[in-house]
Design a binder for this molecule. Structure first.
Ligand code: AMP
Ligand code: ZN
Length: 494
């Protein structure tokens, strides 16, 4: 059974087969580093991360490239406003992006920066001009002549008949009624950053960046190109026009687009006050694992409405999975051969796989896992789970986590870094008491906690209750909750 994926280009769900037998070449449009990434951006990046992880689990070798847009209209405007160079301006947000990627357990793709590829972009434009697809305006800017590319509109399914020939648009982002010759290269303006190149001085337009860098890294034709749904037009339509005009070959075969994230039922926007970055949420005391899990809970093409209730639910679901794991790894079980748990493990694995193969239906994969957790917990409660069941169930949980990646309990350490960042940015007032609790919890490593727990047990065995209470209090202050169960003491981070 192979992955079936919705392809925006064909408008259909298709079987996803790579061009080369076992190697997948894929590209996602990365962040424009003019500000901190928000949870909408990360919904899209996490969706592509899940695809990459699932493809690898399915036996493919995946070459995944993402660009960093470190020059565009907004960056030029903001760096000029702040009186710093483009590089100085973007360095801070690029670093922040990498930290957020790590905090959200997104496996880092191969990253390529636009400003490191300016010469190649100029060459690309020169070739387009030679073929008659690009022209130079009087001021030294270059435009793509869309009248010469009849397939224009094939991705966004727009009909551009009747469009005014030669009408031009200069801004990188424009609305759908603006199907005009778009800028490939912008002539220098006073006070703006520009580069000297073979086609003259200036800077690249946003669209040419992705065409040039994706083909350089992955070849003229590759398997999949991804981004949020807002990129279908004009960005991706323009990428197709530029690339296919140059090579005469199909550019990306599959186009994957994640649906826009809503927040409390509305489009996220700074003016509505419903605009959140992962950092904002961590400052409020929410764990990065909960943010990641929430963003994976709805399949990428369905509407995901971010709410704080949803975030709490996601945190409790992550907790359920972690508790299940520690129950399995720390518990004592009667010896014996596996019984009904074998069938459950097999069935769960199949359901997860079938869900993911069905256009990355993450909701189905998660439902399968939670069914298993519920049934296995019930078996443990009834003392029916046998020693030999444990590795089987842990293996299924491990497969799940290869994709969803929320089991590792390193939230507190990550939140500690956010608190440090907030201090460095002069934003102490945004640090919530909940975040401070988490930071306190990060002060003890797992090993240290286990050590303290052993000391506590020892003190109890020698009936030194004063000492054991003191250790318990110390652990509580560090955000460690100790539970005494019939299988001995267990702990978790608050
Ligand atoms: P940008 O940094 O604005 O270029 O966006 C980076 C990525 O995030 C692109 O793939 C966008 O399509 C995507 N994106 C932006 N806003 C949202 C949103 N609200 N929901 C989902 N994806 C988004
Ligand atoms: Zn792009």
């Amino acid at each position: 059974m192979a992955l079936r994926l919705y392809n925006t280009l064909s408008g259909k769900i298709e079987e996803f087969q790579p061009l080369d037998d076992n190697r997948i070449r894929m590209y996602a449009c990365g962040p424009t580093v003019y500000d901190y990434g928000h949870i909408g951006n990360f919904r899209t990046f996490i969706a592509v991360d899940l695809l990459r992880r699932f493809l690898r689990q399915s036996g493919y070798a995946v070459n995944y490239v993402m660009n960093i847009t470190d020059v565009d209209d907004k960056i030029i405007r903001n760096s000029a406003r702040d009186g710093v160079s483009v590089k100085q301006y973007t360095a801070k947000y690029e670093k922040a992006f990498l930290e957020d990627v790590e905090a959200l357990n997104i496996e880092q793709p191969k990253l390529v920066r636009a400003t490191d590829h300016i010469a190649e972009m100029a060459e690309f434009i020169a070739k387009l001009q030679k073929k008659g697809f690009a022209y130079r305006s009087e001021d030294g800017s270059y435009y793509f002549r869309i009248a010469n590319f009849p397939a224009y509109g094939k991705l966004s399914k727009k009909d551009f008949a009747g469009m005014e020939d030669g009408a031009r648009v200069d801004v990188d982002e424009y609305d759908k009624d603006n199907a005009r010759d778009f800028a490939l290269w912008k002539a220098p303006k006073p006070g703006e950053a520009s580069w000297e190149t073979s086609i003259g001085p200036g800077r690249p337009g946003w669209h040419i960046e992705c065409s040039a860098m994706s083909m350089e890294e992955l070849g003229e034709s590759f398997d999949l190109h991804a981004g949020g749904e807002d990129l279908i037009f004009p960005h991706h339509e323009n990428e197709i026009a530029q690339s296919e005009a140059l090579t005469g070959k199909p550019f990306a075969r599959f186009w994957m687009h994640a649906r826009f994230l809503l927040v409390e039922g509305e489009k996220m926007s700074k003016s509505l006050g419903n605009f959140f970055t992962p950092r904002d949420l961590m400052l409020k005391g929410h764990k990065p694992s909960a943010i990641r899990f929430l963003l994976t809970s709805v399949p990428y093409r369905n509407q995901l409405n971010f709410t704080f209730d949803g975030l709490k639910q996601a945190a409790s679901n992550v907790e359920k999975l972690r508790n299940f794991q520690s129950r399995l790894t720390q518990g004592q079980f009667p010896a014996g051969a596996p019984e009904n748990m074998v069938a459950l493990a097999v069935e769960t694995t199949e359901r997860m796989k079938a869900g993911m193969n069905d256009d990355l239906n993450t909701a189905q994969a998660q439902a399968a896992m939670f069914d298993m957790v519920r049934k296995a917990n019930a078996a443990m409660d009834a003392n029916q789970l046998k020693k030999d069941d444990v590795p089987l169930l842990l293996a299924v949980l491990g497969k799940f986590d290869e994709i969803f990646s929320v089991l590792k309990d390193d939230d507190a350490a990550k939140m500690k870094r956010i608190a440090e960042w907030a201090k460095a940015e002069g934003r102490e007032k945004d640090i919530s008491p909940e975040l401070l609790d988490a930071v306190r919890a990060a002060q003890l490593s797992d090993q240290q906690v286990n050590q303290k727990l052993a000391e506590m047990e020892q003190a109890r065995r020698t009936r030194n209750f004063k000492a054991s209470d003191a250790i318990r209090a110390e652990l509580a202050a560090a955000g460690i909750v100790v539970e005494n169960t019939k299988d001995g003491a267990r702990w978790k981070r608050k």
